[in-house]
Design a protein. Structure first.
Length: 385
């Protein structure tokens, strides 16, 4: 246990979201062999999903360190805290406008990073390529001979960044996402997809053994995720007894409720904690993955596979890599999704059961917690050997 190598996980990590869950999961895996800490360029509270896997995870923010180190920033943070009616942590206000304009906030932030990074053997980034401040952080790491691993958490668009060649290894969800960098410049990478963090409960859900009549879609309810298309398609094909569950919260909620026209067969549940998702997956036969341009996963798709739910998916993220045998894809139009829903509802009982079994088997063979954990440890072991 002595002289364990040290890893710092870094990214714009907050309280809720897929990135927070993934970073917390990765930290927990790597803690089996390494000393792991998490540094966020954002703000976190003790309610953050980072702590879902280890309540004692050593996680802190750049603003926490600035608040403790610089008395001037501590005073400014306190006044900003009061001005914002004491919401959140005092340290989260260290990056206030006055600090940035008159107290060299950015220079102090870099100084903190320069003092912190040499304490670690490997910097593990969980972020999008477009995340601010990465160039400077990676440069500091390389100046100190610190290995850099980069877990991309968003669909890759523009990728001509100077820091790409300084990263020792990228970890992508899919070959299709990796190729978006590869076509511009060579880079070292491995493919490690996601797993269902609530795997045990999802695997306990029985296979689907009835005709398809209940559907579920899940995510942050924002316009970019096209949940309106899911609702409109369901309205076109629904029959007596059909139900669509919409799990999640967001600024589009009221608009989506308006589209649903308060019909009782479209059920809005609000935000559901990850640990409770299995309760809703067990109620439905089919999960619909809506289209999102910036998608790399989604985690919902992996959870649906663990839960053996039939899947209708937009051609988004890593879904085509995960389910190469799936026939139920749509092109983000109402008519196309409605047609796929009609086709899947028409499946015979035997066809439903066989597809349900095949989907779960795919999860167990390629995406289980054990499998994904082994891939992360193997990758980091090879880099730090």
């Amino acid at each position: 246990m002595l002289n364990r190598k040290k890893i710092l996980i870094f990214g714009p990590l907050g309280d809720f979201g897929g990135r927070e869950l993934e970073a917390g999961f990765i930290a927990n895996i790597l803690s089996a062999k390494y000393d792991v800490a998490v540094l966020t360029s954002s703000s976190i509270t003790h309610e953050s999903q980072l702590f879902d896997f280890n309540k004692n995870l050593n996680a802190f923010s750049i603003n926490d360190l600035l608040y403790k180190t610089y008395y001037s920033l501590k005073i400014l943070s306190f006044f900003s805290y009061l001005r914002n009616k004491k919401k959140g942590n005092k340290s989260s206000y260290a990056n206030n406008g006055i600090a940035k304009k008159y107290f060299n906030y950015n220079a102090k932030r870099l100084r903190i990073i320069r003092e912190l990074l040499p304490k670690y053997d490997l910097l593990f980034i969980c972020a999008q390529l477009t995340t601010a401040f990465l160039d400077e952080v990676i440069q500091i790491a390389k100046e100190n001979n610190i290995k850099v691993v980069f877990r991309t958490t968003g669909a890759i668009g523009f990728s001509d960044y100077d820091f790409i060649s300084s990263v020792d290894c990228f970890i992508h969800h899919s070959v299709s996402n990796a190729s978006r960098i590869q076509k511009d410049k060579n880079h070292t990478y491995v493919i490690i997809d996601q797993c269902a963090y609530n795997e045990k409960e999802l695997l306990e859900i029985p296979l689907v053994q009835n005709r398809v009549s209940t559907f579920l879609t899940l995510g942050r309810l924002v316009k970019e995720k096209n949940f309106d298309i899911v609702i409109k398609a369901f309205q076109k094909i629904k029959e007596e007894g059909d139900i669509l569950y919409i799990l999640g919260d967001g600024k589009e909620l009221n608009n989506l409720k308006r589209i649903a026209n308060n019909e009782k067969d479209v059920v809005f549940t609000g935000f559901i904690d990850n640990k409770d998702l299995h309760l809703y997956f067990s109620l439905v036969d089919c999960v619909i993955i809506s289209h999102f341009y910036s998608e790399t996963g989604p985690l919902t798709g992996i959870e649906a596979m663990a839960g053996s739910r039939l899947i209708i998916s937009a051609k988004t993220g890593a879904m085509q890599d995960r389910l190469p045998y799936n026939r139920y894809w749509f092109n983000n139009s109402v008519d196309d999704l409605a047609m796929q829903m009609i086709l899947i509802k028409a499946l015979a009982l035997e066809e439903v059961l066989l597809l349900s079994q095949r989907i779960r088997t795919s999860y167990l063979e390629d995406y289980s917690i054990n499998r994904i954990s082994e891939e992360y440890l193997k990758t980091i072991d090879n880099i730090l050997k």
